[in-house]
Design a protein around this ligand. Structure first.
Ligand code: GDP
Ligand code: GDP
Length: 455
């Protein structure tokens, strides 16, 4: 590598970075208006503004990538959900519960100027039950005089309150140092691949696409004796279902079965649920209702699965109700809206009649195999050499950027690092990805590709 202009250290650093598997997840919870979004903005270094000025506005983006002291992690912001029909206490606690379920550590934000309220106490009870590491943030301590207010929060029984002014940045660095200590290096992994247990499946899709129908139909096939299954770590919200003679762990099914009817914030709540399920899953099955036009919400859910780096299967449901005319439009919509995930195995099913449910299993297996594919370095570089020779990058400003070599830094999903002599345009990178897929498969998996340019 050295003779190509990259020294060994540089290469190693790039590989380490690319090899980082799933990032640990930090949830920020608390009542409305305590300053959660302001704090999240601080943590993100204001790279992404998440504070909404209109209450009740739907925010579907709930997880962000952050970095502190050289460590990367994900932040789940729960600031987007307003009080609804359940009433404040239940709403805040339920919302926090969702976020906490998928989190490796939690920041619980309290408004120190107001002190602990009944709603705060309700969240504390939930946090105790969840058993995740909690860092207590006493927010709105804008100056030294507020420190006394913060001290009162010892009374919550969550240990030391950390006085912070999210607005002015006071104390946020110290808070993050404590958070990093609480956050595990790598998220706790209960992936079946690692334990030899059942593979973990997230069944996702917008409301009414047929998620609970599919789950019920599948569960009816055969009941599984859970305790007898080796390598099974199981939350009460997960469900073990046998399909084609194999056990599959459908994660976070409580969110599917428990039909909480929410008005305001319902979309946000659904997004949070989807994000939580994806965190825990290896492969996502996105259900799409073929009787209705493919919607922005469908595409958003597909995007969430891809961004989460999970293997992906797309199941077109309600095939029993599809007429010829609708079918014509459906295929065009798929062509138009879902080209980016052309690599995802597709099954046409009916949760109602059971049509083609058996096809789900080979699709899941294909996607998981793609997700775990590793290309040996020698093979990869032979392939890259061919590409460079047959399809060189267009000349830009008198120079021709060239891929010098590449390597696969990780799997689940496959991560590649390409080392290049100049900036590679997005179009060329897409071309390389397309050719990689043609050459090595990768069916059903997103591919991460980063490019290092020789300075
Ligand atoms: P969320 O609903 O918990 O996400 O709260 P927001 O982040 O939207 O903040 C609610 C209000 O509190 C906003 O007007 C913020 O400007 C204000 N706020 C947030 N953090 C602080 C702080 O540290 N000090 C003061 N004085 N105000 C703050
Ligand atoms: P969920 O909100 O995604 O869990 O959706 P449900 O499973 O509750 O289904 C929503 C509606 O679609 C219900 O009325 C189901 O009976 C109906 N449904 C689900 N699957 C099918 C299917 O395969 N064919 C038809 N025709 N209807 C279905």
């Amino acid at each position: 590598a050295a003779e190509e202009g990259f020294d060994a250290e540089e290469v190693e650093e790039a590989l380490d970075e690319a090899a980082q598997g799933p990032l640990p997840v930090l949830a920020v919870v608390g009542r409305p208006n305590v300053g959660k979004s302001t704090l999240v903005n601080r943590v993100l270094g204001r790279r992404e503004a998440v504070v909404e000025d209109r209450p009740g506005v739907t925010r579907d983006r709930v997880t962000y990538e952050a970095e502190w002291a050289g460590r990367r992690f994900k932040v789940v912001d729960t600031g987007g959900w307003e009080q609804d029909v359940l009433g404040m206490e239940a709403t805040v606690a339920a919302q926090a519960e969702f976020a906490v379920e998928a989190a490796d550590a939690v920041i619980f934000v309290v408004d120190a100027q107001v002190g602990a309220t009944d709603t705060d106490e309700a969240v504390v009870r939930m946090l105790r039950k969840a058993g995740k590491p909690v860092v207590l943030c006493a927010n709105k301590v804008d100056g030294p005089t507020g420190e006394a207010d913060a001290a009162y929060l010892w009374g919550l029984g969550l240990g030391e309150p950390h006085p912070v002014s999210a607005l002015h940045g006071r104390g946020t660095g110290d808070l993050l140092d404590v958070v990093l200590e609480a956050l595990p290096e790598a998220p706790e992994q209960t992936f079946g691949a690692r334990t030899g247990g059942p593979r973990r499946v997230a069944l996702i899709g917008r409301p009414n696409v047929g998620k609970s129908s599919l789950l019920n139909k599948a569960a009816k096939q055969e009941r599984v004796v859970v305790d007898a299954t080796a390598g099974t770590t199981r939350d009460p919200v997960d469900e073990l279902i046998e399909l084609a003679g194999k056990n599959w762990m459908f994660v976070d099914t409580a969110g599917i079965r428990r039909r909480v009817h929410l008005q305001e914030g319902a979309d946000y709540y659904a997004s949070l649920r989807t994000a939580a399920a994806l965190e825990k899953a290896e492969v996502a099955v996105v259900l799409i209702d073929v009787t209705e036009p493919i919607s922005v919400q469908d595409l958003r859910i597909v995007t969430m699965a891809v961004e989460a780096g999970r293997a992906l299967v797309i199941a077109y449901n309600k095939w029993d109700s599809l007429d010829d005319e609708r079918r014509f439009y459906l295929e065009r919509e798929i062509e138009r809206d879902l080209v980016q995930v052309r690599w995802a195995p597709r099954v046409n099913i009916s949760a109602r009649t059971g049509r083609h449910l058996e096809k789900l299993v080979p699709a899941l297996e294909t996607a998981l195999a793609g997700w775990e594919t590793r290309v040996p370095t020698g093979k990869l570089n032979a392939f890259l050499g061919e590409i460079v020779a047959s399809h060189p990058h267009p000349v830009r400003g008198g120079k021709q950027p060239r891929i010098l070599f590449g390597t696969q830094a990780g799997t689940r999903p496959p991560r590649f690092v390409l080392f290049a002599s100049g900036f590679l345009e997005a179009g060329y990178r897409r071309f390389v990805e397309r050719r990689l897929r043609e050459e090595f498969g990768f069916e059903g998996t997103p591919i991460h590709m980063s490019v290092r340019v020789r300075e």
